[in-house]
Design a protein around this ligand. Sequence first.
Ligand code: C2E
Length: 712
Amino acid sequence: MRQRLDDTTTDQRIDTNQQTPMKKGFKFNNKNLSLWTYLAALLWSAVFIFSLQWNLQQNQRMVPERASAQARAAIEKDMIYRSVVSRVGGIYMPVDQGIIPNPYLAHLPDRDVTTTDGRKLTLVNSSYFTRLVHDQEAKMAPDGVRGHTTKENPLRPLNAPDSWELRGLKKLRSGLPEWSEETLIDGKPYLRMIKPRLAKASCMNCHPEEIAAPGEIMGGISVRIPLDELQAQADTRVLNIAGWHGGLWILGMIGLFLGNRLFRIQSEKMQYSALHDILTDLPNRALFMDRLEQRLENAKRHELTGAILFLDLDRFKYINDSLGHSIGDELLKLVAERQRFLLRAEDTVARLGGDEFVILLAELHTDPEITAIEAQNVAEKVLNALAQPYQIGNHTLHSTPSIGIALISPESDDASEILRQADAAMYQAKEYGRNNFRFFLPSMQMLASERLELENALHSAITQNQLVLHYQPKVAISRREEILGAEALIRWQHPTQGLLLPGEFIAIAEESGLILQLGEWVLREACLQIKAWQHRFKGKPFGRISVNISPKQFQQKDFIQQIISTITDTEVDPTGLELELTESSLVEDVHDVRKKMVELKKLGIQISIDDFGTGYSSLAYLKMLPVDVLKIDRSFIRDIGIDPNDDAIVETILAMSWRLGFRAIAEGVETEEQLKFLRARQCDGYQGYLFSRPLVADGFEAILLKSADRRA
Ligand SMILES: Nc1nc2c(ncn2[C@@H]2O[C@@H]3COP(=O)(O)O[C@H]4[C@@H](O)[C@H](n5cnc6c(=O)[nH]c(N)nc65)O[C@@H]4COP(=O)(O)O[C@H]3[C@H]2O)c(=O)[nH]1
């Protein structure tokens, strides 16, 4: 079983500050950077809202303030007119200019005078003068600023106070220096203000009947200031205020988020360089150790094994010292590049320093032997790739590594210890003669050597005719043991170890890629045998011969082409052929799988799914594929009648095959009880020691002949 660990890929972890060794206490990392940015944004928004509110309030407050200032200025102006006129005891104005002699000054002997040239003038006292000014104001702007001279008991009805002025005069008499209020006049808003008009000695000249001491309140001057224009100005300012506030807020926010982004990029850059080697851009020791620790945790949690490879370049010091550091650096870069190119993206290759590299394999396995095989494969590939010449400038350099391999087991919990083991194994490889790999554990080393030997021997097994096919009959359950065909099973007649079963070499063939050559041989051999039987039985049915197809074989782009050329070369009738695919062959691109299957069906080849129930094929997925047979895995048949779960699984597979229109063949039937169980549930056929073990071709042929005789 293999397990790919998605939580161990590098870049997912680079920026996690927990992984980065840092001092304890507060860490200014990306997470709290975001928090600070949000807080700053919140504060900035709060300041913005406060400022906006304050400015809007100030703006609104300016309307009555400006109106009051205007009112005071207007009253002040009236007072000045009055004092100017009263200081000189009144002024004479020409009657022919519309100045009506004041009837309330008729008691003054010199109210009207005539100049030597005959012009008639009349006396205008301070009250009369300000009234003339107020009349002029009313004419010029009927709804505008307007003053009014008033008193409780006026001589002239025009000076009579309205109800507001009456209240105002009372307030003034109670001691207020001025009184103002916002009111509506004819439905329009105004600010009205009234200030006292104080008696002067000169006033008594004109109005002796008014008994008032100088400084006593004689009445008041009121003024009204229209508010609508001031309000309109304030409303315009509201837009301005909102506009520049909004602009500032957006600028602030952009600044904050740009700052955040820049800071983040900068801190990511810093983190990246803290975890990577500057020269080769590979992860450095800190990052490697961090990943190794994670891998150990995973291995422990899931009871899995893994491996690390420690590399040291042979004679690097010599190259560095003789050709200079820049050439040495270039060589290290090329070595890093070759490893990166060679390894899967999920593997980690790191530079520990100097000429030391280390590889952490990404996939973990339950079986330490498979891990060892995989580690060995990688070591061989790395040895081969790094041994190729390097062209640096004018120099063609040769450099080889020595590799130490240490295995991770579910019990390993010390990353430094594993690294030390791999380092020690690397020294053994150096002692062993460089350009070499060694396992830390002698048992693994032995296994690796044996495996290497077996792999080399398997190469020659194909060319030296050491492979042979055995045939295990497949039998119908209901129709009295009619032969449905046979499964071709490979055996290796090893020159020294005797007959080897596939379990001893198929995995090596898969790992080394030899499975493709091996599979081709099996297919050709099976076709030749089918052709021979087709000839021998002259059209009489002898069932189909099924051939196991490994996922690697099936996934080849030209798989169908290979089948066609084998069929053509061997001149076999393809209707005698069946291909057994495992569920893992189906997990690739469903369209591609279906396309290939349809092509096979067109050729007349049957398709069965081997070891059914042990993989991950979904029913929805299966339904889309033109499958003929499901072969129920031996592990379920074995415990029929022992484990109720297996009974249920077999029953379910049978029911499902029936529904989906597949035939079902049970594998590994060894007992009558198992057969009875299968018969009762209408399983189509079976295969197993109960009927026959796998046989050499002649053995199967004998069974076929016997069965033909029985039927005859
Ligand atoms: N205990 C028990 N075992 C039974 C019984 N009946 C059959 N068997 C064994 O079950 C295996 C059936 O083949 P498989 O499931 O395709 O499993 C096969 C198949 O996956 C693989 N294999 C065999 N030949 C080839 C081949 O030519 N190419 C590829 N790719 N794989 C092959 O190796 C596996 C093992 O093959 P074998 O060792 O020949 O083992 C065979 C067979 O000998 C039984 O009643 N009891």
